[in-house]
Design a protein around this ligand. Structure first.
Ligand code: MG
Length: 371
């Protein structure tokens, strides 16, 4: 694979509804799309999942733009690889910046799948012909509104519901939702908003039969998650804390979690995500795919990843129409009334990028060429 040109575009995509978590509120996504073109006319698309601000992780859209433009694109354009699994190795001297790396790495996998004439999900080794969709609900203006939204998502078929919590807006939300929906597969995500001083709160959450509590403690603290996991019965799921196969290995050996949410961007792309999947499958730790309010490109990549065998729990894999009035891919990602997504049988990502729409949404662009 000899990449000839890398195009970067920043698009602005307004969310249908504001999305609020313990770290902030988003109304419009600033998304970097990557397109890689090889010397034989092959094309692959990727998406950088950085947030607008460095609150979820150290990466943010503007920083990722510079990282891609000044470091990662030149590295890829000065190399030749036989397989997309080698792309991550090209970037190894640059520490972290996983979402920026994944934006190019995943595009190369898409291109290679096209070259192989295979759907991307089969090319990466996926074997699930349908994937189960769950839904993540941001903090709402009131408990009543939350109950209403949970009800409509359940009616839409989603197989599990995740609600966001933060200090002061936690146990009463869980109690209200559980009271209204006694049998709902329900979980919470704290986005690192708590500490071990909140142990009693987590013990009291045990009685609500939650599927899991996602990332209750600090993003970089596997040790205290292990302490907490030993003292509560609800499984802990790690998100922010697992950024590499090494992190996953440490989390498993410490007992920091019983579930992992894998995000392609957070772990730097498919190579590391596949390595984490193998590790966790061997250890019988179930996985699911998390979301970062992706446009259709990132959304389709998430569906492909979720077909790997170890992704046995419903992911944050909502339909395009849940977030966007019009997604940038055709066809959009859809969820059946049973809460299932069927990955495309077409080569590569299996969706066409709507270039006219992308053009209209683009606020900056650059193209970098092989010298
Ligand atoms: Mg999370």
């Amino acid at each position: 694979m000899r990449i000839q040109t890398i195009e970067l575009r920043e698009i602005r995509l307004p969310l249908r509804f504001p999305y609020e978590t313990s770290v902030g509120r988003t109304t419009e996504r600033k998304i970097i799309l990557t397109r890689v073109l090889d010397t034989d006319g092959g094309v692959g698309w990727g998406e950088c999942t950085s947030d607008e601000d460095p609150f979820y992780s150290e990466e943010w859209t503007d920083g990722s733009w510079l990282m891609l433009q000044d470091y990662l694109a030149p590295l890829l354009l000065s190399s030749v690889v036989d397989h997309p699994g080698e792309v991550d190795g090209l970037f190894k001297h640059i520490r972290r910046h996983h979402m920026a790396k994944a934006a190019l790495e995943t595009a190369c996998w898409d291109l290679a799948a096209h070259r192989a004439g295979l759907p991307l999900w089969q090319f990466i080794g996926g074997n699930q012909h349908t994937v189960r969709a769950g839904v993540a609900i941001g903090l709402q203006e009131s408990v009543e509104k939350l109950i209403e939204v949970v009800g409509s998502e359940q009616a839409a078929g989603y197989q599990r519901v995740k609600i966001k919590i933060k200090p002061g807006r936690d146990i009463q939300l869980v109690a209200a939702v559980r009271g209204a929906f006694p049998d709902l597969p329900l979980m919470v995500d704290a986005n690192s908003a708590y500490s071990l001083a909140d142990l009693e709160l987590f013990r009291s959450l045990d009685r609500f039969s939650l599927m899991m509590i996602e990332q209750p403690l600090a993003h970089d603290d596997l040790s205290r998650h292990a302490v907490l996991q030993r003292q509560i019965t609800t499984p802990i799921c790690l998100d922010e804390s697992v950024c590499s196969p090494g992190d996953a290995e440490d989390a498993l050996s410490l007992g920091s979690c019983r579930v992992i949410n894998v995000k392609l961007g957070r772990v730097g792309g498919y190579s590391n995500a596949i390595a984490i999947e193998r590790l966790c499958r061997a250890a019988a730790i179930p996985l699911w795919c998390g979301g970062m309010l992706e446009s259709g490109v990132g959304r389709a990549h998430n569906v492909a990843l979720s077909t790997l065998e170890g992704f046995s729990l419903p992911g944050d894999l909502s339909a395009s129409s849940r977030y966007w009035d019009q997604d940038i891919i055709q066809p959009p990602v859809t969820v059946s009334s049973e809460g299932l997504i069927t990955p495309s049988s077409r080569p590569g990502l299996g969706h066409d990028v709507d270039l006219d729409l992308v053009e209209r949404l683009t606020v900056r662009r650059t193209a970098i060429h092989r010298q």
